[in-house]
Design a protein around this ligand. Structure first.
Ligand code: FES
Length: 97
């Protein structure tokens, strides 16, 4: 199954010293959820064009939206949070991407 119920919410952990985490609804992008929770993460365009939000999905599954950066065939674990929605709890790393 590739879609989570719209009402589902997943815990997104950031693998960084402050141990930040936030909840992300299944129908929300990872970036929108981080900003809504006031968790500071890198981003630029917010619409899948610039790659500034690039991160690595260390754990969890996700769905890529149809955007320019996602069409450039990122590595399987590379995600662009502005155009990625969770399908499970996830752990993201912004280091060494
Ligand atoms: S913020 Fe530009 S690609 Fe995600």
């Amino acid at each position: 199954m590739n879609e989570a119920p719209a009402s589902a919410a997943f815990r997104i952990r950031l693998l960084r010293p402050d141990g930040a985490s936030f909840l992300c609804a299944a129908n929300q992008t990872l970036l929108d959820a981080a900003l809504q929770s006031r968790v500071a993460v890198p981003y630029g365009c917010g619409v899948g064009r610039c790659t500034a939000c690039r991160a690595r999905a260390v754990e969890g599954s996700f769905k890529r939206l149809d955007t320019l950066v996602n069409k450039r065939a990122p590595a399987p674990d590379v995600v662009y949070p502005c155009c990625t929605k969770p399908l499970s709890d996830m752990a993201l790393s912004y280091a060494e991407v």
